[in-house]
Design a protein around this ligand. Sequence first.
Ligand code: NAD
Length: 303
Amino acid sequence: MTSIGFIGLGVMGREMARHLVRAGHRVQAHDARPEAVDEIAREGAVAAHSVAEAAEGAELVITMLPDTPQVEEVVLGPAGLLAHPPAGRLLVDMSTISPTATRRMAAELARAGIVMLDAPVSGGPSGAKGAKLSVMIGGPEDGLARARPVLEVMGSTLVHVGEVGAGQTVKACNQLVCAMNLQAICEALALGRAAGLDLDKLRDVLLGGAASSWMLQNLGPLMLAKDASAGFRIDLKLKDLRLAGELAFELGVPLPGTALATSLYLEARAHGEGANGNQALFRVYDRLSNQAEEPSGQPPPAR
Ligand code: NAD
């Protein structure tokens, strides 16, 4: 049994922490939302009311927070992990944040003898629920050797991709592939619909061939059912595209496809879709093809 501090119990973190509890680990769980802490405590975790309480006596701390500023606050802030390090002096950040900020934080922590790994994930809420996440890990081998048995409880693919920050860099690559793949699916559905195709059949046959993808498999049914509500929020997707864009800018690499996809997700957010799942991109294509439903739920008038 390992004693683990777990900070960030949102859509992903609560599922991941749940697996650690079920695997018999002592999980000291903390979130800015007390109701999220209460919920996991009812399932056997130890309620931690601060970062310090989550870290106290822990062999490692895992963070699963929205963006760079929240991780910086939890790590470097006055009530954070630098001031209250876990006993094992190991931090595994599984959030998706800036690789540059990750390297900066790791250097600051290293001066205090604390090891940081970046270990962002792919697989979405279903991957978190099924403990089937793909984990891209940056940082020193010895830190990973200590964290590996814990990470294996939450993920089915663990790849050590390089030094600290490399995990976040791989995640940026992952996200631009996901964003453009989803965009391509929206375009195929918009074209198929205009041509009068049966879209369920279109999806079925694409899944059997070279156009198959995780997005088509998992988000295709939601798009066909016009269900924009749940899943990986448009706001988080935009955050990830911003991170990829910033990295591309730092390195001087043109990413024209990513820039276009970013604009389309921005259009979705401008129409109030920020809190919806990223499959809500299909609504952008509804608007582009004059297929958006009227507020009454009726189809748009013919032009
Ligand atoms: P979320 O917004 O649902 O959860 C984040 C949690 O962090 C919330 O419960 C929030 O209350 C808590 N929090 C925020 N600031 C805090 C602070 N200062 N101290 C303590 N708790 C704080 O987000 P999520 O969907 O679980 O995603 C978490 C991370 O994982 C993000 O970086 C996201 O990009 C990444 N990710 C998400 C998915 C997905 O499908 N949702 C998939 C892969 C990766």
